[in-house]
Design a protein around this ligand. Structure first.
Ligand SMILES: *[C@@H]1O[C@H](CO)[C@@H](O)[C@H](O)[C@H]1NC(C)=O
Ligand SMILES: *[C@@H]1O[C@H](CO)[C@@H](O)[C@H](O)[C@H]1NC(C)=O
Ligand SMILES: *[C@@H]1O[C@H](CO)[C@@H](O)[C@H](O)[C@H]1NC(C)=O
Ligand SMILES: *[C@@H]1O[C@H](CO)[C@@H](O)[C@H](O)[C@H]1NC(C)=O
Length: 405
């Protein structure tokens, strides 16, 4: 009797710890169909103010409009403090208006950036409690206020951006230091339904491919110190195949030079993958040829796209339109990121479907910027302990999706 009680108690304890191990801190992600931005809803401060923040994989920290923000746990980060240095604060800011969150003196300087306006704004760093779920909180979470005049371009209802870059105060960094987890996070952007941003060890049961995350030696944020590397995530794409055939493109576009130019990064705020003109042209040509081989009918292109097709001529599968495969070839034997129809094509209207890649111009800083449309319904795991990216390719092919994970 006593034995059986003890063993069931033990069983219960094991069950509880197993359940705890499963519950990694997670935020839900939704897509704004109008802008194709992805956002999450967080709660901040003593009044649990709900804020919709656009997910920015390359963003250094959280910022949101504080004009009407009220919280009695809000505290500015003073200039010269350890926390200011940790956040890489620049200079010291003051304010001549009545004090409120976002308007304080002797405050550690922050430069939140709105990429949709291409606007860098002088503000101050602050800290307050960040609520992931009602009872899971991150006290003293570092972020920056923004003035509400600089929210243009954000999805309707969004008043901030949540940064996930390789900085000390990105979202995952503040979560892992609070909960003592390894610095890993996974991101699944939904095409519809609800996606996820989870911090900590992976819980994905399926198989993933892995490739090193590489460091661009030169900063890519609009403001950075000389000699500091970029905080964004780059991978070493070596070539691109369309329908199994490699494009003929100069190798130098794929590598990052000493000025930080070239290479491939991942972005959640560019809606479509942008390719250097000298990659885009042979890419589009090869795709049109491969599509024509599949009897997909080419029609007049709709800008910004250069290759569009009659939707009727494309057959459908449960995993999306049946279209020529695009592979981003990565280092190692047989490692590549396959982009299937659901991620390579976008339906403009009922009749028109276009190749969802855009021309990045002849002088882009980064040759390939993998955009959000190509990331949808793909699980990405960023492991910053071993500096590796694991990726699933389209979950739809595995009869899964971000909302079903
Ligand atoms: C893509 O992004 C651009 C620039 O942010 C925006 O103007 C455009 O509406 C977006 N396109 C779609 C289809 O979401
Ligand atoms: C993190 O903070 C430390 C201590 O202030 C600083 O030396 C380091 O450069 C910071 N790292 C990053 C990636 O910002
Ligand atoms: C900042 O200091 C100036 C000069 O002492 C003062 O006039 C101003 O009211 C202060 N601002 C805030 C927000 O406390
Ligand atoms: C796909 O998954 C759904 C729900 O998980 C299941 O009901 C369905 O039978 C699956 N279909 C196939 C072809 O495996």
């Amino acid at each position: 009797m006593a034995y059986s009680f003890l063993s069931s108690l033990l069983f219960l304890v094991l069950l509880i710890s197993a359940t705890n191990a499963q519950s990694t801190p997670t935020l839900s992600i939704r897509k704004d169909p109008k802008t194709s931005q992805f956002y999450t809803t967080i709660q901040m401060g003593s009044n649990l103010v709900a804020i919709n923040a656009v997910i920015d994989l390359g963003g250094p920290f959280l910022w949101f409009a504080c004009n009407d923000y009220v919280s009695n746990t809000y505290a500015p980060i003073p200039c010269g403090s350890t926390k200011c240095e940790f956040a890489k604060g620049l200079g010291c800011v003051g304010c001549n208006l009545p004090p409120r969150p976002g308007c304080t003196n002797d405050t550690c300087g922050a430069f939140p950036y709105n990429p949709f306006m291409d606007m860098l704004v002088s503000q101050g760093f602050a800290e307050d409690t960040f609520y992931i779920k009602d009872r899971v909180s991150l006290p003293d979470y570092s972020f920056s206020c923004m003035d509400k005049d600089f929210l243009e371009g954000l999805a309707s209802g969004a008043t901030g951006m949540l940064g996930l870059a390789r900085t000390n105060i990105s979202f995952h960094k503040q979560v892992v230091s609070r909960f003592n987890l390894p610095d890993k996070f996974s991101l699944c952007l939904p095409s519809s339904g609800i996606g996820k941003l989870s911090v900590g060890p992976s819980v994905f049961p399926g198989s993933l491919q892995t490739t090193p995350l590489i460091i661009n030696p030169v900063g890519t944020y609009p403001i950075f110190e000389t000699g500091e590397p970029s905080d964004e995530y780059f991978i070493d794409v070596r070539s691109i195949r369309v329908d199994g055939k490699p494009l003929s493109v100069k190798n130098s576009y794929f590598s990052i030079d000493e000025n930080g130019v070239g290479g491939t990064k991942i972005s959640t705020i560019r809606n479509f993958t942008a390719l250097h003109t000298n990659i885009y042209k042979p890419f589009t040509r090869a795709y049109l040829k491969a599509a024509s081989n599949m009897k997909i009918k080419s029609i007049a292109a709709v800008p910004p796209f250069r290759a569009c097709f009659s939707s009727d001529s494309i057959s459908r599968t449960p995993a999306g339109p049946s279209a020529p495969a695009i592979d981003l070839v990565l280092p190692g034997k047989d490692v590549y990121w396959r982009i299937n129809g659901a991620n390579s094509l976008v339906e403009i209207d009922q009749k028109t479907t276009c190749l969802a890649f855009v021309d990045g111009g002849s002088d882009p800083r980064t040759s390939i910027v993998i955009g959000a449309h190509q990331l949808e319904e793909n699980l990405l795991e960023f492991d910053l302990v071993s500096s590796q990216l694991s990726f699933s390719s389209s979950l739809l092919v595995q009869n899964s999706s971000c909302s079903r994970l």
